[in-house]
Write a protein that binds this ligand. Structure first.
Ligand code: FAD
Length: 377
């Protein structure tokens, strides 16, 4: 089949990888002008490691581990007041998101046609295919379209309706940016928490960089998603009276090349497919950064979606089975994401503390889809 994927971060390239291996023809459209840099460090947990192994990429990912030695909480003056246990800060394997994206891009670029600096603007479905219109270039025909284009998915908007129908805001906003390591952190991170705010800075790329996250509690902020200065002002206002190194971090934020700002939201949908269009990763079931499991979900979802399509009994049956395999896992991750958001930013009630204390089941019982392809071949 000819399959169009929208979004080239984690879910999109991972899906392209598996579709290529199952013998499909893949085109991937990404709005950014090239492979995206910047962003957080992300964790792979549980079954996601099995998927990386099946992709022969586990070794490469391990070579790019962040190797953080410690994460400590500091007070106003910068004095360390607590050091967090390893399992609280990183999963089984922690890698910079930019490295994950680049590794997946390298693993797919020879077989997948990448269209950077472009986006889908129209999707017209018929019984036999989908015509996709693009911001630049002519319309093209595909058998299926998959939206792996994140929280603000264009494919979801075009095929399922406005995002306000599906986004559940958790009452938190966050900025992420990269700057020089002026705190001289050595494979370490520092966190400074005050009521309703959590500032984080950690060393990255052999201690040459500082990756900074500034999150805060707020309800329904009105801002233009393309207006960086306005977003910088919102963060600066939320942190106006903050201590520690926050004034220097705010200054660095305004000069940072890579800057990201968004609400912490979940995506909740009854169905992840409509006809020949399906959704994957954050576009379909974002669990919010507080879950620490968005990347694992995206990776496992890509493996399952491609694998079910390989069964060869039609896309509708494959999309149904993809949902059956993924939904219980996604619901666990979303529940954890909500509980962690309350724990870090609000006064947690007893149920929240209890929910967070429970170990999250990071396993999905994965069928052996590679065997399916081999049998069909
Ligand atoms: C601050 C922060 C911390 C996080 N920490 C963790 C963690 O510790 N562990 C973890 O597992 N996950 C974490 N996550 C979540 C994780 O980054 C996501 O869940 C994961 O990247 C999902 O991947 P995705 O490919 O579905 O979506 P995204 O990574 O959001 O990628 C979407 C892609 O689509 C592109 N795109 C958007 N719109 C269009 C369009 N119209 N046309 C074409 N392309 C488009 C974007 O440019 C982007 O490349 C964190 C996220 C944030 C923001």
């Amino acid at each position: 089949m000819r399959i169009l994927i929208s979004g080239g971060s984690v879910a999109g390239p991972a899906l392209a990888y598996w579709l290529n291996r199952h013998g499909h023809e893949t085109t991937l459209v990404e709005r950014a002008p090239g492979v995206r840099d910047g962003g957080a460090a992300i964790d792979f947990r549980g079954t996601a490691l099995d998927v990386l192994e099946r992709m022969d990429l586990l070794g490469t990912m391990r070579e790019h581990q962040t190797r953080m030695d410690s994460m400590s909480l500091v007070d106003d003056s910068g004095k360390v007041v607590a050091t967090l246990p390893d399992e609280a800060i990183s999963g089984d394997l922690e890698v910079l998101k930019a490295d994950v994206t680049r590794i997946l891009y390298e693993a797919t670029r020879s077989q997948t046609a990448y269209l950077f600096d472009n986006t889908v603007t129209r999707l017209d479905q018929t019984d036999s295919g989908v015509t996709a219109g693009f911001e630049s270039g002519p319309s093209r025909e595909f058998d299926l379209v998959v939206g792996a284009d994140g929280l603000h998915s264009a494919v979801r908007r075009l095929a399922f309706g406005p995002e306000s129908d599906y986004l559940r805001h958790l009452g938190i906003y966050g900025a992420l940016f990269t700057t020089g390591n002026f705190l001289d952190l050595d494979h370490a991170g520092l966190m400074y928490n005050t009521p309703g705010r959590s500032a984080l800075a950690f060393a990255a790329r052999g201690n040459t960089e500082l990756r900074v996250g500034l999150s805060f509690v707020a309800d329904g902020l009105a801002y233009d998603r393309r207006d960086r200065e306005q977003q910088n002002d919102l963060v600066a206002k939320a942190y106006a009276d903050a201590g520690w190194e926050v004034p220097r971090l705010l200054e660095a934020m305004r000069g940072a090349k890579e800057f990201f700002f968004d609400s912490s939201s979940q995506v909740v949908m009854d169905r992840w497919s409509a006809g020949r269009v399906a959704l994957l990763g954050d576009a379909a079931y974002c669990a919010a950064p507080t879950s620490g499991r968005g990347t694992s979900q995206a990776l496992i979802g890509a493996y399952v979606l491609a694998g079910e399509l390989a069964a060869g009994d039609g896309h509708a049956a494959a999309f149904d089975r993809y949902e059956q395999v993924m939904r219980p896992y996604v619901e666990r991750n979303q529940a954890h994401g909500r509980a962690a958001a309350r724990f870090f930013f609000q006064q947690p009630d007893d149920d929240t503390v209890e929910a967070l204390g429970e170990e999250v089941d990071d396993t999905v019982d994965l069928p052996d889809y590679l065997g399916t392809t081999a049998r069909r071949a």
